[in-house]
Design a protein around this ligand. Structure first.
Ligand code: SF4
Length: 411
């Protein structure tokens, strides 16, 4: 019997739909033709995307994104309970990805590679929370090949049979294929058999070759990133996608990137969510070269990237805000700028904190509920395929009553 997510049928591919929207909310005349297209259910052009990024009327852009989001999701905001595991920070591209502060060379101070026992010990650390997903990404480590990840996934599935494994970016898949001298497709098939359920969207950065020449000239290119995801989707492995913004890219680079994601989604329908990622300039070479240390992306740009993602990627159901990168206050406001999903109860985030993120490394369920309700939204926990597991009514704290308590007896 096929696994449910093998059913990537054309009807799963979202098409633009007419969005009710009051054009009087727009203060920038340049946005009016875009508002008209939205109301007619027409797809936005690359030039429309540029206009959205350049318009001084951020609230107008946000209002359109909010309308598009409400048409799909109403007031519901979803999150997942997940745990990040970063099994190795050893990476062959340590010297060439100049925006990265996480990677180390094998003998460098701070380099680590977890043994299987260490991965399992870390997997047990989600104190007091029900972890439904392991989010596993790391460096391109010559000693972490197919067998390393196969045994890890098998052992994790054996120890936590109910937990979904979302692991390995397209860049890591290509790296494993190269060191094992296998096709990327065969690597994906082998990992799926070992327990891989879905793939995260990291490693995309910005697809423009000119940008990659500056920030990551040896990393897997944009066309190859798309190709790995295409292969995964055809195998029934769904994935997320991202864009790193706020470094040296132009507005046109952003639109070229979004167009490539939208085109693949038209073709396969395999992307679950789009997650724009803010560049952090601390703790990496690029930040020093640009003289940008201590100056992260602005709240305006963070909100605009999320809103444009919602409007331009009309065939994506879910737009997610990553509070680890843009802060919890901005993520909360983003719930009115087209965002319907928010990073969940992460346990111990390492990668973005290595480049100076000042956000918490994890969030408890009550904190998440407060954040979502504070925006006037209705929180709901979802699974890794974005199916709602539980909607939280007002006053529901998410606390599980101990067995035998009076409340448990009536539940
Ligand atoms: S961004 Fe990824 S591939 Fe590049 S150095 Fe960092 S861990 Fe390695």
């Amino acid at each position: 019997m096929p696994r449910e997510y093998l059913a990537l049928l054309p009807e799963y591919v979202l098409m633009p739909v007419p969005i009710p929207f009051d054009l009087n909310r727009l203060r920038d005349a340049a946005l009016l033709p875009i508002g008209e297209k939205l109301r007619a259910g027409e797809r936005l052009s690359l030039q429309d995307g540029v206009t959205l990024f350049r318009s001084p009327d951020l609230l107008g852009v946000g209002a359109m994104a909010d309308a598009a989001n409400r048409a799909r999701h109403g007031d519901r905001v979803t999150f997942a309970s997940n745990q990040h595991i970063n099994p190795t920070n050893v990476c062959v591209l340590r010297k060439t990805c100049v925006f990265c502060g996480y990677a180390r060379l094998p003998k460098e101070d701070g380099a680590y590679r977890y043994s299987l026992e260490q991965v399992l010990a870390e997997s047990d650390q989600a104190d007091g929370t029900i972890t439904r997903e392991f989010h596993i990404v790391g460096g391109l480590d010559m000693q972490a090949g197919l067998e390393y990840y196969q045994s890890m996934f098998r052992a994790l599935k054996q120890r936590h049979p109910q937990v979904h494994i979302k692991a390995l970016t397209a860049v890591e898949i290509a790296h494993i294929a190269r060191i094992e001298k296998m096709s990327r497709e065969d690597v994906l098939i082998a990992l799926r058999e070992a327990g891989l359920d879905t793939m995260p969207g990291g490693g995309a950065e910005t697809f423009s070759a000119a940008v990659r020449d500056v920030i990551a000239d040896k990393k897997l290119g944009g066309t190859d990133y798309i190709d790995v995801h295409r292969t995964a989707h055809r195998l029934g492995i769904r994935s997320n996608c991202t864009m790193l913004y706020g470094h040296v890219e132009t507005i046109e680079d952003r639109l070229q990137h979004l167009t490539m994601l939208r085109d693949l989604q038209d073709e396969t329908g395999g992307f679950l969510a789009y997650i724009p990622l803010a560049y952090h300039p601390d703790g990496n070479e690029l930040g020093k070269t640009l003289g940008r240390e201590g100056t992260s992306t602005t709240g305006f740009d963070d909100l605009r990237n999320l809103a444009v993602g919602r409007l331009f990627l009309d065939n994506f159901e879910h737009i997610k805000s990553h509070w680890i990168m843009v802060s919890t206050p901005v993520s909360q406001i983003a719930l009115h700028f087209g965002v319907n999903d928010i990073e969940g109860t992460v346990v111990r985030e390492k990668i973005y904190h290595a480049v100076g993120a000042h956000t918490p490394q994890g969030m408890t369920l009550p904190q998440l509920l407060t954040l979502i309700r504070g925006a006037g939204k209705v929180p709901a926990e979802r699974d890794s395929f974005y199916r709602v597991l539980r909607e939280f009514a007002p006053g529901d704290t998410g606390e599980v009553e101990p067995a035998g308590s009076p409340a448990a007896a009536v539940a």
